[in-house]
Design a protein around this ligand. Structure first.
Ligand code: ADP
Ligand code: ZN
Ligand code: ZN
Length: 738
């Protein structure tokens, strides 16, 4: 190593000082071993006290007077700490995503906020989720609002809440808590680690496939091998039990575990099961925690009072000192991608952290991302497969494809294909339940003029306004609302009307077509009230409605054992979105939606309605054939040089000044051209973003492709400064690698 005469050292890593590192000279004896992340002893302050700091960067020169630069005293002894591994990870993110070191450090080590961090009292549910929901519904009916609120909040946050939150945010008083405690609904305990765990569930005997997957993992661990695995298991195949086995193995070796799940509120069952298995060794992160409460969960990881961290992508940075395993459930989920700087993909950061810590990595999904399955196909991940449903007798649903063009030809003008109508009638007669799924994107109704054809648009964004019940128009991008006008704003014609079928419209049509059915709807609108989503799902799960109409939210949600029919109203909406991964997203959505049918012992049916029955995403979802989908998809990515075959850097430029943006984009494209000629990159753009204007900001994209990821980082680092110098104000740039 050459550049190692001086080192930037941060002293107190959880403080705000991370962006003010101190420069020290590296002594001769450390020149070979010094590296970012290394803990060192340094003299600090006027008294010259010795402190522990961490090297975050090495360099050949310093602007400081060399005579006044103090020297590092030596390596700080002892074991590798969580900080060491996290700093190494931050340095990697800094290089890999081309973000500032600061930004990377703040991502992996959230600054300790100035909130009083006390050992807080914790409220825990004594009931499983379903009973908690029923209890909440019951209390609501009896107008015991505070009790209902608390029960719902518990259900939403995985079964535990801090005392603080109950009081401050839910305004639940002490009398209510006492009463709930007496009724055996909750326990309240001092500190996080002193309550009894939920009773373990009655012993489940692993299926042959589950046992085989767990055994491969165990055997690797036994010989000290930290593997990378893709657990590819169909929906309902029991991946959670396999995770639990793997976690047990790792814990028994005294190491810790991180389990990432896409969204806590929708995966209560996973959290509850883990808590059933591992009790109070589990720390949980979710979106309802305050900064202080989040910090408390991280503290439990740091001081050893928890050894499993469950949460969304930020749980990846739990400060465990001997991390042994990272699991990412539903690894294909879009929620694992950060859309703020640094724009990282949790999968990749997890892989890196596992390498740094000598930990194993397990990615699980019924519909793995193309990138992960490719790695498995190339032997970079060990593939573990579960091909059968875990519950005895449960079989995958039967899938039917209805061609909407044919329906129209034969005179069926309704939004329900004939086969779907027939099957809905059948289920209503048998008192079984139905889910009708509609993709959120592009299918809400907009308002347009029948005289001049103009659609009413958002004044701030480049989209049409959507019509909501009560006659208000709303922008789904910025939230702008206005009243429905009675005349066309362009030509004054009174003939304006809503078009298209949103979920509300579908609800109306469903009620008309099946007047005897009880219909409930679940979408962002219906779920706007704080706990409305929970109420609707609980009501449906309790069998109080026959048909549930919903968007993405119902697909990820629950197990509804009485649902034996899922209708996908329009399978192809996502296919019209121009992104290289829209087929993958369509396939995932269709497969996950289909997975909602027949979770119990009764066979299920799925009807996929589509205008493009020939598309491989639709065909493969209908055949429930992931591998065939993958073969098609990877061929498409190869033809188009898309990720994961080639790497892609997307640069988004945005500005309120359209003319400035146009110049800046052209200027940036020139810079990239020059740089790219040397390095052999492919360049596309600048092009307008699919939604050109959002919130009054215009947006343009430039795409750069290359086989080598590092080349893209080089291009970015090589052009960013020049661009900033040419356009210092008014345009911002966001970099997104994939
Ligand atoms: P996945 O996450 O793969 O979709 P889950 O882990 O949610 O599947 O399991 C689906 C259902 O099967 C759950 O109700 C679970 O309790 C049950 N289950 C899992 N493994 C077994 C087993 N070995 N024996 C019986 N039931 C099981
Ligand atoms: Zn008009
Ligand atoms: Zn808007």
């Amino acid at each position: 190593m050459q550049n190692n005469k001086y080192a930037d050292v941060v002293i107190d890593i959880t403080n705000e000082n991370v962006d003010r590192p101190f420069t020290y000279a590296v002594p001769e004896s450390l020149r070979d071993s010094a590296r970012p992340g290394m803990p060192v002893l340094v003299p600090f302050g006027n008294g010259g006290r010795t402190k522990t700091g961490y090297i975050i960067a090495l360099k050949e020169e310093t602007e400081l007077d060399p005579a006044r630069v103090k020297e590092i005293l030596g390596p700080a002894g002892g074991a590798v700490t969580a900080e060491t591994t996290l700093i190494e990870l931050a340095v990697w993110m800094h290089e890999h995503y081309g973000c500032m070191l600061n930004q990377a450090l703040r991502t992996v080590m959230p600054v300790r906020n100035r909130v009083a961090v006390r050992k807080s009292r914790l409220i825990r549910s004594c009931l499983p989720e379903q009973e908690l929901r029923e209890f909440a519904a019951e209390m609501r009916r009896k107008h015991r609002a505070a009790m209902a609120r608390l029960a719902e909040a518990l259900a939403e946050s995985g079964g535990s809440l801090s005392y603080e939150e109950a009081g401050r945010r839910l305004s639940v008083g002490i009398t209510t808590l006492r009463s709930l405690e007496k009724q055996g609904v909750i326990t309240v305990a001092e500190g996080a680690g002193e309550t009894a765990p939920l009773p373990a569930r009655p012993g489940i005997v692993l299926t042959e496939e589950q046992a085989a997957a767990a055994e491969i993992f165990r055997a690797d661990l036994a010989v000290g091998k930290q593997g990378k695995y893709l657990l590819f298991g169909i929906t309902g195949s029991g991946k959670t039990e396999v995770y639990a086995e793997m976690i047990r193995e790792v814990l028994s070796r005294g190491r810790q575990v991180i389990l990432l799940i896409p969204e806590i509120s929708l995966t209560f069952q996973t959290v509850e099961r883990m808590r059933g298995f591992f009790g109070d060794r589990v720390a949980i992160l979710h979106s309802r925690l305050s900064d202080g409460e989040r910090f408390e969960q991280f503290r439990r990881a740091a001081d050893g009072s928890a050894d499993i961290m469950i949460g969304p992508r930020s749980a990846l940075f739990a400060p465990f000192s001997d991390l042994g395993l990272i699991i990412i459930d539903e690894e294909h989920d879009g929620a694992y991608r950060s859309d703020t700087v640094p724009c990282y993909e949790a999968r990749d950061v997890a892989e890196k952290r596992a390498e740094i810590c000598g930990a194993s990595l397990v990615l699980g999904s019924a519909t793995p991302s193309t990138a992960s399955f490719r790695k498995a196909a190339r032997g970079e991940f060990r593939l573990l497969t579960l091909t059968k449903r875990a519950v005895q007798g449960a079989v995958p649903a039967e899938v039917h494809v209805a061609d909407l063009r044919e329906e129209l030809k034969s005179g069926n003008r309704s939004v329900f294909s004939r086969i779907l109508q027939e099957k809905i009638r059948d289920r209503l007669a048998r008192k079984e339940q139905v889910i009708l799924f509609m993709n959120r994107r592009g299918y809400s109704s907009f308002v347009s003029c029948r005289s001049c054809g103009n659609a009413i648009r958002c004044p701030h964004c480049d989209v049409t306004l959507k019509l909501h019940t009560g006659g208000r128009l709303m922008c789904h991008y910025c939230g702008h609302t206005e009243a429905m006008p009675d005349k066309c704003p362009s030509c004054g014609s009174p003939y304006i009307a809503g078009f298209g079928t949103g979920t509300q419209k579908l609800e109306e049509l469903t009620r008309k077509m099946f007047p005897e059915a009880k219909v409930v709807r679940m979408d962002a609108d219906a779920a706007a009230g704080k706990n409305a989503a929970r109420d609707i799902l609980a009501e449906f799960a309790a069998g109080k409605a026959d048909i549930l109409i919903g968007t993405q939210m119902v697909v990820k949600g629950h197990d509804f054992p009485n649902v034996t029919l899922v209708g996908i109203m329009a399978a192809d909406t996502e296919l019209y979105v121009s992104r290289y991964d829209s087929a993958e997203r369509t396939f995932q959505l269709l497969t996950q939606a289909a997975g909602r049918a027949g979770r119990g012992k009764r066979p299920g049916d799925v009807v996929i309605q589509t205008y493009r029955p020939e598309h491989y995403a639709v065909q493969c979802a209908a055949a429930q054939d992931y591998r065939e989908f993958f073969r098609n998809e990877i061929a498409y990515r190869e033809t188009g040089s898309y990720p994961p075959v080639m790497h892609l850097l997307a640069i988004q430029l945005s500005s309120m000044d359209e003319e400035l943006l146009t110049r800046a984009a052209a200027g940036y494209a020139d810079l990239l051209d020059r740089e790219g000629q040397k390095l052999g990159t492919m360049q596309i753009g600048p092009v307008n973003a699919p939604v050109y204007k959002v919130h009054d900001y215009f947006r343009k994209w430039i795409y750069i492709k290359h086989l080598s990821y590092d080349i893209l980082v080089t291009v970015k680092n090589g052009t960013e400064t020049a661009f900033r110098e040419a356009f210092p104000r008014g345009v911002s740039a966001l970099y997104d690698f994939s």
